[in-house]
Design a protein. Structure first.
Length: 228
């Protein structure tokens, strides 16, 4: 197999031991070799580009909640907005965050220019001291964002979201929708309903991010402007 190492000067060589095949056309990358530098560039180490499952980035976009303690507070739900910037980087912008990385900051991001795929190396933005406005730093890229490949209408994604207790009054805990709001969806597009984050995690397991209602997110932002 012909393989290239993505380094300042590209070196190509034959590689067999680090590559396994899940099917005749799908190659599994040795993700333990993936590292994302501080500037967002990626060093993949020994890897292949054969049969990589590229996804439609537009189906990833939207709001997602996490309630399993990935951010260090098991009883709290944090919300991110998955976005794609001009250079193709997928970013998770905090909409409802915490003192360490509050709303308005990027929670995690993929490598610059890396096309959307089922599994992507990501960097987490970290801060140990919430009182230090200059204390933000990026992790070395030892986490992975893994998408559930099932496509569905947005309403179906919301209907199948985990039952979570809402941290805010007047919000329906099932759909993260303001109580009394009609469930009207005219969007006929298909979306990915959820993704997981693999890697070091305070909860000790893969973190699940599930799609939540945009209207509920707006409601939280308007009614709790001082929340992290």
């Amino acid at each position: 197999m012909f393989v290239c190492r993505l380094m300042p000067s590209t070196t190509c060589f034959l590689l067999f031991p680090l590559v396994q095949y899940a099917s005749a056309q799908t190659a599994i990358i040795d993700w333990s070799q993936v590292r994302v530098a501080a500037d967002g560039s990626t060093e993949f180490g020994p890897t292949v580009e054969v049969g990589e499952s590229r996804l439609n980035a537009s189906g990833m976009l939207g709001y997602f909640g996490n309630s399993d303690g990935f951010y260090g507070r098991p009883s709290w739900t944090e919300i991110v907005q998955i976005m794609e910037n001009d250079d193709g980087r997928i970013e998770a912008l905090k909409v409802l965050g915490d003192a360490n990385v509050p709303r308005g900051r990027v929670s995690f991001r993929t490598a610059s220019g890396h096309q959307a795929t089922e599994r992507m190396a990501i960097q987490l933005q970290l801060r140990d001291d919430p009182s230090d406005p200059n204390g933000f730093e990026w992790s070395p890229g030892n986490h992975q964002m893994v998408w559930d490949l099932r496509l569905a209408p947005k309403s179906t994604c919301l209907d199948e979201s985990p039952q979570q207790e809402s941290p805010f009054p007047q919000l329906d805990s099932r759909f993260w929708r303001p109580v009394g709001e009609a469930a009207a969806y005219s969007d006929s597009l298909l979306y990915y309903c959820r993704f997981s984050v693999l890697g070091p995690n305070p909860a000790g397991h893969a973190a699940l991010f599930y799609r939540v209602s945009a209207s509920a997110v707006r409601w939280v932002a308007n009614n709790y402007p001082d929340a992290d």
